[in-house]
Ligand binder design. Structure first.
Ligand code: NAP
Length: 297
């Protein structure tokens, strides 16, 4: 049983590949450099290079590749890179699935809760529509490329992932040094909801959607207990046993420090219900933020 994984060197790819291998699966990583052994195969999404034979006979493809969202300021060129690295790579995979002689039965492709845009206090599930702005537009185009594989008869799942809690990367890692100094503070109004998921629940949820043939289309990978940013700030302070500041960092200061990403990535409110996961019988290990943070940290 072979699973093809893109973006395998990333935060989520590393966690997933480890778990798949522990469960006895063979994992072949698609890499953008010279492959190192039989468990790697070459692709170059920017140039449209992927031999469809690499996918032949595999059980599934999990597509996680994409330029990092929060690592650089969003210049026009970097925004193009954010889009192209996701849209072109997903198109390439869908085309290769169409040309493979024995294509995998399922494509699980990354996306984000950013699809929904700013939804305020409203509790939303997968039936909610797309929001406004760069990240919702990006997610829509990214998901549409994955959906082309669905039109070829491949079961397709788009992972609308929330804020993944891991001490090794993602949103939490840059927050930790600030909070350890006792300088953690709410962001913007602090009233925006953050829908989070612990990294081990994310891995289990991907294994669940790989195994359950009844699951397809967009799936929210977020815990059932979203909290406001203000409550998240307090919980992280508690987990680190450090005080937090009651005065929020104003939106303009965030934008001055982090650029457009602050407004698009940190301030929108996402109060998300993981309806498809829970309806298909998935059980979260971590449903409360305090417990999840102490497990992760
Ligand atoms: N972590 C989160 O909280 C979160 C939340 C929502 C959505 N997501 C999405 O889930 C996916 C995986 O997240 P992650 O946190 O594991 O991301 P990550 O740590 O940034 O890893 C992404 C991987 O994509 C590949 N990559 C980087 N730049 C690329 C480029 N320009 N073109 C093609 N591939 C490139 C790299 O793998 P190789 O070098 O091995 O090719 C990299 O390790 C991403 O698409 C991300 O947007 C993540």
């Amino acid at each position: 049983m072979t699973i093809i994984v893109t973006g395998a060197s990333g935060l989520l790819g590393t966690a997933l590949v480890g778990a798949l291998r522990d469960s006895g699966r063979r994992v072949v990583s698609l890499v953008r450099r010279r492959p190192d052994g039989p468990d790697e195969a070459f692709w170059q999404p920017r140039e449209g290079v992927l031999d469809p034979a690499v996918l032949d006979g595999a059980e599934a493809v999990v597509h996680l590749a994409g330029a990092p969202i929060a690592d650089k300021r969003w210049s026009p060129a970097y925004k193009r890179e954010l889009v192209d690295s996701r849209v072109l790579s997903t198109r390439l995979l869908a085309d290769a699935l169409g040309r493979a002689e024995r294509p995998p039965a399922v494509l699980v492709s990354a996306s984000g809760m950013d699809f929904y845009g700013d939804t305020g206090d409203r509790v939303i599930d997968e039936s909610a529509g797309k929001g406004q702005g760069f990240l919702p537009d990006l997610c829509e185009r990214w998901e549409a490329e994955a959906a082309r594989a669905g039109e070829l008869g491949v079961r397709t799942v788009q992972l609308r992932t929330g804020l993944v809690l891991s001490r090794f990367g993602g949103a939490l890692k840059p927050m930790l040094p600030i909070f350890r100094l006792g300088l953690g503070a709410p962001l913007g109004s602090g009233r925006q909801y953050w829908s989070w998921i612990a990294v081990d629940d994310w891995v289990s949820a991907v294994s669940h959607v790989l195994a359950d043939d009844s699951v397809s289309g967009p799936v929210n990978l977020t815990s059932p207990a979203p909290v406001t940013n203000r409550d998240f700030t307090r919980a992280l302070g508690r987990a680190l046993r450090r005080p937090t500041l009651p005065i929020p960092v104003p939106a303009f200061a965030l934008a001055a420090g982090l650029g457009e990403f602050a407004r698009a990535g940190l301030l929108p409110s996402h109060r998300i219900r993981p309806a498809k996961l829970t309806d298909s019988g998935f059980r979260f290990t971590h449903t409360g933020l305090d417990e999840a943070l102490s497990a992760v940290l």
